[in-house]
Design a protein around this ligand. Structure first.
Ligand code: UDP
Length: 239
């Protein structure tokens, strides 16, 4: 099963892939490798919007589980995504890719606010736009932020680069017999509560007919393979 022709893509990277082989934080060498993959995708003619999670630094749910106020912890998580966005901006610019960071929480010393029409202009000019701070509100995740930006920027697909190579019928870390889907519908993902993205992100993609491609970004060259329709992946779509 292949994707429709893609001109503009939203690439969502989970924060944990920025750790490389570390247990926490940002590994600049690994971020540089990721930036090369993004550069190669851009050089192939794609317009690229990027969203990066914050799970390598802080997750609101983890803070709340240890007694923190959930909303306060979520704001800390959103700030973590801004740090990741700046790390990726640095790595992309070091390999010659012009970028702009737009944050849903305004911080004008370090980046722009989210302004859709300005983001359009950046893409037209060949810049990669990194959207930080998710949707800018607690009780959401960066997956929802990615789905929202993919919809408002009219992206042809949402690529979710993570540590697993697709969507399974059960958790492959706990069940060695888990089977990976080649394709699966949005409705099945929601009905069976398959671990792809949170439900609000999946529903937003369904309602706006944005295919979600789940793949592992950990293996070198995988982004290019997935874009060429040759990678190991799961496509979440209508049928
Ligand atoms: N977050 C939030 N609202 C958003 C996006 C993120 O509150 O719109 C917070 C939330 O606490 C989340 C954290 O930021 O746990 C980091 O994002 P996420 O867990 O989505 O990162 P990932 O799992 O992709 O690394």
């Amino acid at each position: 099963m292949s994707l429709p022709t893609i001109k503009r893509v939203l690439l969502k990277l989970s924060g944990e892939v920025l750790m490389g082989n570390q247990q926490f934080g940002i590994d600049p060498e690994f971020v540089a490798e990721l930036a090369k993959e993004v550069k190669a995708a851009k050089d192939s003619g794609l317009e690229i919007c990027l969203v990066i999670g914050g799970g390598n630094i802080f997750r609101g749910m983890a803070g709340a589980a240890k007694g923190m106020d959930r909303a306060q912890a979520d704001y800390m998580g959103m700030l973590a995504t801004v740090m990741n966005a700046l790390a990726m901006q640095n790595a992309l610019e070091q390999c010659g890719v012009p970028t702009r960071v737009q944050s849903a929480i305004e911080m004008d010393k370090v980046c722009e606010p989210v302004i859709r029409r300005r983001a359009e202009r950046h893409l037209e000019k060949g810049r990669v736009v990194i959207f930080a701070a998710g949707v800018g509100a607690p009780y959401f995740t960066t997956d929802s932020g990615a789905a929202l930006r993919a919809a408002e920027m009219k992206c042809d697909a949402l690529l979710k680069g993570t540590s697993v190579d697709g969507v399974y019928d059960s958790d492959p870390k706990h069940n060695p017999d888990a089977v990976r889907f080649e394709t699966v519908t949005y409705d099945r993902v929601l009905a069976d509560n398959l671990k792809v993205m949170d439900a609000s992100a999946v529903a937003l993609c369904r309602d706006n007919k944005i295919p979600i491609v789940v793949f592992s970004i950990r293996e070198k060259g995988n982004l290019a393979r997935v874009l060429a329709g040759e990678g190991v992946q799961t496509i979440v779509q209508d049928k």
